[in-house]
Write a protein that binds this ligand. Structure first.
Ligand code: C2E
Ligand code: CA
Ligand code: CA
Length: 574
């Protein structure tokens, strides 16, 4: 920063006091008494006082109010402040020579009294300080200010403070920064929760050290996420990455450090909500997730465009649902254990046929709807459509084709999930086993006990569970045997890496072996070539889904897989 040193710390600010007093001599006396300790704004009339309060309410700590004013009277000013919920929390100390007025003022909400003629400065100061502290304590208690583990502010409080900083420094450029720990749950798994907590504490301490030096505030906003709001700077790399260096284990000799990623939204647009500014910083941090070479993401134009698209998709969602712009496509899964592959089930995959944007991929809108909860409505729609389709095939073609639907990790937190699913199968007179449920492995890592309990209930009711994206979720292996499932779907990444440039199938083989140890069928998805089918069959994989057999298709096109039992060559002869 050049020029004036950025003072950006709330503790450095003098508290601001509004003195409502028309008498010049009295104004001077008060200024003499408290002017050094407090930042004093003087309003000589009630009208002016109310205008100041309306404009600067957030920055005021207290109002000293003379009752005997020209124009509207002090009592009236007090009434107006206390009757407006927006200002009612502002403490008011009344100053008057009329001791009779005391009771009335206190019932109207004045917090204290200073008699005229004025007592000694010391007395005035002490009364003001007591009042300010009392009311600040009260405000603070309204929010539980601090995070218990790290002692940093919590998110609510942080946002309030950030807003206040903006009030004091309207024109100072500022940055919103998010710091995330990479794969924190694996740290917890490997080094234990106590070490995990220690790591978070040291990160917190270091982050606090940085803002104490450069100005700004910091909070812990989630398990392993910190947010920083500070004067604009450009040395993120050295400052944050080097400054937040914490060893993984407490063994002194270690050379391994906790890996963090940093998202920066620089020179924030202060017309945006504070939450929105940090959403941008988070977006920037997400952009470098798992990026080993560059751990710092900076919010830029392309992210702005993605954000605008996201806003549009969210706005368009209700109409899209109403107008049935979402279509369910079906992709077949074939059992390859016997010589000729046999259709075993299908997966329902949603598509958005957007009137302006054309076909939008679920890869774009699912993560977005998971973030704001719309996914629950969408999934419920997809499940109902799928159930209706299964019934339709049963009635018209006289076959039951089980179809799996995707159950987002967000759905698992819906207390009505089980009732919703039961209602859906009931409507179409299906057995729960006809609607398979795909749950991604990473859902289990988030809150495993809760999820395992839900999934157990679903299975007791007869639903079949397929664990999706197996191998991608960093589940600890010790947890896996506890997880109730009926099939495992290997993450596509294993197929990609096994048949990519290096053709190293060892990892894939190990995964198939691991899957087999669960004694449930193994499904490989994303299978595109005959070579892959053969190799997977040889490894012991049971079911295959992928472009090799078919892309996901609209229901009527998929139907040919059922009716014609499309003649497929025996796998051995591929
Ligand atoms: P997923 O559940 O892992 O689904 C498999 C994805 O792989 C699908 O992408 C599918 O079209 C694609 N795929 C299938 N075979 C092949 C292949 O041989 N090669 C390649 N390269 N890709 C193949 P899609 O349809 O774009 O869906 C992406 C993700 O969006 C899905 O991943 C799933 O997580 C999510 N999703 C899709 N529909 C829904 C839904 O209705 N609800 C929820 N919650 N999520 C959904
Ligand atoms: Ca899936
Ligand atoms: Ca998958």
């Amino acid at each position: 920063m050049t020029g004036k040193k950025a003072t950006f710390r709330i503790s450095e600010e003098k508290r601001r006091i509004l003195l409502v007093e028309d008498d010049l001599i009295n104004q001077e006396m008060i200024r003499e008494s408290i002017g050094e300790t407090y930042d004093l704004i003087v309003a000589p009339t009630g009208e002016e006082a109310l205008a100041v309060i309306r404009e600067q309410y957030e920055t005021l700590s207290i109002v000293l109010l003379d009752l005997n004013l020209p124009g509207i009277k002090g009592i009236e000013v007090l009434k107006q402040i206390k009757s407006d919920p927006a200002f009612a929390r502002l403490p008011v100390i009344v100053m008057t020579s009329d001791s009779e007025a005391e009771v009335e003022c206190l019932t109207l909400g004045a917090i204290d009294f200073i008699p005229k003629p004025y007592p000694a400065s010391k007395v005035i100061l002490a009364r003001i300080l007591r009042t300010v502290e009392l009311s600040e304590d009260r405000n603070i208690l309204r929010f539980t200010e601090r995070d218990l583990l790290t002692g940093l502010y919590n998110k609510d409080f942080f946002y309030r403070y950030a807003d206040q900083l903006d009030m004091y420094h309207k024109d100072a450029p500022a940055d919103a920064i998010v710091v995330d720990v990479n794969h924190f749950h694996t740290i917890n798994d490997r080094y234990g929760k106590a070490r995990g907590d220690e790591i978070l504490k040291s990160l917190a301490e270091k982050a606090l050290g940085i803002v104490n030096e450069t100005g700004g505030i910091v909070c812990r906003s989630g398990a392993d996420t910190f947010m920083i709001y500070c004067p604009h700077r450009t040395d993120y790399g050295t400052r944050f990455l080097n400054g937040l260096c914490v060893p993984l284990s407490d063994d002194e000799s270690t050379e391994n450090y906790v890996r963090i990623r940093v998202g920066v939204y620089a020179d924030v647009d202060k017309t945006l909500d504070i939450e929105r500014r940090f959403d941008r910083a988070k977006m920037a941090a997400e952009a470098v997730r798992d990026n080993l070479t560059n751990p710092i993401g900076v919010y830029d134009h392309s992210m702005r465009e993605a954000e605008m698209l996201a806003d549009q998709l969210i706005d368009d969602f209700p109409t899209a649902l109403k107008e049935k712009q979402f279509a369910v496509f079906y992709q077949p899964k074939y059992n390859i254990r016997s010589d000729a592959p046999v259709l075993s089930s299908a997966e329902a995959l949603v598509r958005w046929n957007h009137p302006k944007l054309g076909m939008v991929s679920p890869g774009v809108f699912i993560p977005l709807f998971e973030k704001n909860g719309l996914i629950q409505e969408l999934d419920r729609y997809v499940w109902s459509e799928t159930a209706a389709q299964i019934r339709n095939w049963k009635e018209r073609l006289n076959v039951s084709v089980p179809v799996s639907v995707n159950v987002s990790r967000i759905d698992l937190y819906d207390p009505d999930l089980i009732d919703k699913l039961l209602a859906i199968v009931k409507t179409d007179d299906l057995r729960p086993a006809e609607l398979l449920l795909e749950i991604t492995e990473s859902a289990y890592t988030e809150n495993s006990e809760h999820i395992v309990e839900k999934v157990n209930t679903l299975r007791e009711l007869g639903f079949k569970i397929e664990m999706d994206d197996f191998g991608s979720g960093y589940s600890s292996l010790s947890m896996l045997p506890k997880i109730p499932i009926d099939a495992l779907k290997l993450d596509m990444m294993f197929i990609r890496s096994a048949f990519g440039e290096r053709k190293d199938t060892r990892l894939l083989e190990a995964m198939v072996r691991l899957a087999a140890s669960f004694e449930v069928p193994t499904i490989a998805e994303g299978v595109e070539t005959a070579e892959q089918v053969l190799a997977l069959k040889a490894m012991g994989c049971d079911v295959i889904q992928g472009y090799y057999f078919s892309r996901p298709l609209p229901a009527n096109e998929f139907e040919t897989f059922i009716t014609e039992k499309r003649e497929l060559p025996p796998v051995t002869a591929l």
